[in-house]
Write a protein that binds this ligand. Structure first.
Ligand SMILES: Cc1cc2nc3c(=O)[nH]c(=O)nc-3n(C[C@H](O)[C@H](O)[C@H](O)COP(=O)(O)O)c2cc1C
Length: 377
């Protein structure tokens, strides 16, 4: 299984991640990781910080001559906007951020110490780790993509039923300002972001993540903590600002008859067992069922507002306005990229759990044997 942790802070020396469980012999290059880091920094509605930080990774351990060694992989992203000098304390917590519970729990009146780590700048390290996981998944032709389906209440057309043709379209997504497939809706979404910015406000939204070419049987029905949907939901919910997750039809499945929700089972010699619909979002009984995995995540509006909300000074206990700081107005497109990374890590982890092996070669042999077994089932 793959495990990873992150370290570092927003205005410290950098962000770091250490991953273990990646088999030996996987090709890794810095360029591939940097492409993912750049994707996280894009998107209409981001703050000026994104222009300051041009995130680049340095591989500190676990890779030799561009191949993983099987030992822990440590990646560093050095901050340009690193504050060597001490900045003054901030004592007013922002509503919606980690500031107040963090200050109380960690006994800090200076909330700067809390937000330095609670900030979603930490997600740069996750995206770097996710790039390694994606590289492993590519060896098995598993691809993960994301796009924005809603911002500030403006919905793009439904894309769920287009899942298979999306694969071709999706490559263009990163070139669009909001990583959205529907150009008309995207324009309206951008207007909504402009409107929010003008008012010193912020907006949230929804992104979808799709995993293609996933083998049947990842995860397990045997134990609650081995269910793939639960693991994916926890991974995506751990992203700063994410407030809800749906798998497949999600909440809508609670509103329909069973006959309209469940995906009927078919068999052909070429395809083996398959479904013509994918309302389950590729997961049944806590296991992948061979169809693309489809997840949607809801992100709340950014808590740091240019027109700040009411709060209380932690020292004086007097009412005060929340601090105004450099912040994104909308970060849903970037959150989608982080979502891809978290999903990649969980799927890669499930793949190593099922197919094991110290080396990529050994893992591939196990995988191929399993694919053959499934074909003949
Ligand atoms: C990619 C990304 C960028 C974000 N940018 C900001 C930001 O600039 N300012 C801010 O206050 N929150 C930002 N957030 C959201 C906060 O980090 C998040 O709301 C906060 O840590 C509190 O956590 P919670 O919303 O999960 O409760 C961002 C989140 C993500 C995923």
């Amino acid at each position: 299984m793959i495990k990873f942790i992150t370290g570092g802070k927003s205005h410290g020396k950098g962000l770091f991640t250490t991953l273990r469980g990646i088999p030996a012999g996987l090709s890794i290059n810095v360029k591939g990781i940097n492409i993912e880091l750049k994707r996280r920094q894009a998107g209409y509605g981001r703050s000026r910080r994104m222009k300051i930080e041009k995130d680049k990774v340095e591989i500190l351990s676990g890779v030799r001559l561009n191949k993983t060694t099987g030992r822990a992989i440590t990646l560093a992203i050095w901050n340009k906007d690193w504050q060597k000098r001490k900045s003054g304390p901030i004592n007013v917590p922002r509503p919606g951020h980690a500031d107040l519970p963090g200050a109380i729990s960690y006994n800090q009146k200076n909330i700067r110490k809390i937000w330095e780590r609670a900030s979603a700048r930490e997600t740069a390290a996750r995206v770097a780790a996710g790039a390694v996981a994606k590289k492993l998944l590519k060896e098995f032709k598993i691809e993960i993509l994301s796009y924005v389906v809603e911002i500030g209440g403006i919905k793009a057309d439904k894309h769920g039923s287009l899942v298979n043709s999306l694969k071709r379209k999706i490559k263009k997504i990163d070139d669009s300002p909001l990583r959205c497939l529907n150009k008309e809706s995207e324009k309206k979404m951008m207007k909504k972001i402009d409107e929010a910015k003008k008012k010193g406000d912020s907006v949230g939204g929804v992104f979808e993540v799709i995993v293609f070419n996933i083998p049947v049987g990842l995860g397990s029905y045997i134990q609650w903590n081995r269910r793939l949907n639960a693991k994916l939901a926890a991974a995506v919910m751990s992203i700063q600002g994410i407030k809800g997750i749906e798998v497949g039809l999600g909440f809508n499945s609670a509103r329909e008859f069973g006959s309209q929700v469940h995906d009927e089972i078919f068999y052909s010699k070429n395809r083996g067992f398959f479904h013509k619909t994918n309302n389950a979002g590729g997961i049944e009984g806590g296991m992948s069922n061979g169809e693309p995995i489809v997840l949607r995540a809801a992100m709340k509006p950014i808590p740091t507002l240019a027109n700040p909300l009411n709060s209380v000074n932690l020292k004086t206990k007097k009412p005060a306005k929340a601090p105004v700081l450099r912040a994104d107005v909308c970060a849903v497109p970037a959150a989608g990229v982080v979502g891809e990374a978290m999903v990649a890590i969980e799927i890669a982890s499930a793949m190593t759990e099922k197919f094991g092996g110290e080396t990529l070669q050994e893992m591939k042999l196990n995988y191929e044997k399993y694919v053959k077994y499934v074909r003949n089932f």
